[in-house]
Design a protein around this ligand. Structure first.
Ligand SMILES: C[S@@+](CC[C@H](N)C(=O)[O-])C[C@H]1O[C@@H](n2cnc3c(N)ncnc32)[C@H](O)[C@@H]1O
Length: 300
């Protein structure tokens, strides 16, 4: 989210709202029989090239769609710290890390925009489907630059909700239409391009001191066994906020439109497979002797 976006809630309200939504849905999030967040998390970990023994900070870790792939990549000699404002998400990650015997995983409740770590603490900062929701993205990028070591990498993903050739959300126009009509707002569910678009994000990353910025849009596939399960899934992530704004009458209409379109747009007839664009971004904090970023510059 950007501070100059019209109609934006005050940051504290937006934060409280995000906390409420994600605490409510934590038990079902990414555990309702629909593949989407996990494969996107795996792709992000591959793109940012996380290696054995590295230390990773995962912003807005949720149930660990990025974090657990990162934990496997760093191995037992590495360290992965997840930060999330939802206590329920953090508790779920801790529980799963214990059950999977992954001592390299830590999770803490905290504000993803200003992670509380000393400068140069991590080799990699990741943010899967989370950083586009923050109240002040340029400030968050500056904070990530600070906590990265020189040559440390940043990797972000977001639903690249696009307006070409027509507005679609999760591959469907019906969701986009309801989303626009109800102004889901506060960045939880972007209707226009994530991060204000690739060009704006690139500029913000360079201004924060990053280099080697790569912005990539790739299709991801939402896969599940039925349109009904797909519909249920839409209640288990940020889109729940939209459902809460739709009246019961309209909800039935929306459900019909969404399930009908999901069946029609599915790439397979025996199950639901929806193609949807995801934006992946990687960038590098320069070595200390390279071009100085804003935080390294002499104020004079
Ligand atoms: C869509 S989920 C993504 C979770 C996970 N990274 C994934 O890829 O599935 C967004 C997560 O960001 C968290 N979040 C939203 N705003 C946040 C903030 N200001 N600080 C920390 N976490 C935040 C939410 O609680 C939620 O768990």
């Amino acid at each position: 989210m950007y501070p100059d976006r019209p109609g934006e809630m005050r940051m504290t309200d937006a934060r409280r709202e995000a906390q409420r939504i994600f605490d409510t849905l934590a038990s079902e999030y990414d555990r309702s029989g629909v593949d989407y967040f996990g494969p996107v998390g795996e792709r992000l970990v591959a793109l940012v090239k996380i290696g054995s023994g590295e230390s990773v900070l995962d912003i807005g870790c949720g149930r660990g769609a990025v974090l657990f792939h990162a934990a496997r990549a760093v191995g037992e000699h590495g360290r992965v710290v997840g930060v999330d404002l939802s206590t329920a998400m953090v508790e779920a990650v801790r529980k799963e890390a214990r059950a999977s015997e992954m001592p390299q995983v830590e999770a803490m409740v905290g504000e993803g925009q200003s992670p509380p770590f000393p400068e140069q603490s991590f080799d990699v900062v990741t943010g899967g489907m989370s950083v586009h929701m923050l109240a002040d993205i340029p400030a968050a990028l500056r904070a990530y630059h600070q906590v990265l070591r020189p040559r440390g990498r940043l990797g972000l993903s977001a639903p690249a909700t696009v307006e070409r050739p027509a507005p679609e959300v999760f591959g469907l126009r019906s969701i986009a239409r309801f989303s626009a009509a109800h102004d889901a707002g506060s960045g939880i569910y972007p209707y226009t391009e994530a991060f204000g678009g690739a060009r704006r994000l690139r500029g913000d990353l360079l201004a924060a001191g990053f280099e080697e910025v790569e912005v990539l849009e790739e299709p991801a596939f939402i896969c599940t066994d039925s349109a009904e399960r797909f519909l249920r899934w839409t209640w288990t992530h940020g889109m729940r906020k939209l459902w809460e704004r739709v009246s019961p009458d309209e909800r039935r209409r929306a459900e019909r439109a969404i399930t009908t379109e999901a069946r029609a747009r599915s790439e397979r007839t025996d199950r639901i497979v929806l193609r949807t664009p995801v934006m992946y971004v990687t960038a590098v904090r320069p070595a200390l002797h390279a071009t100085a970023g804003p935080s390294d510059r002499d104020p004079a």
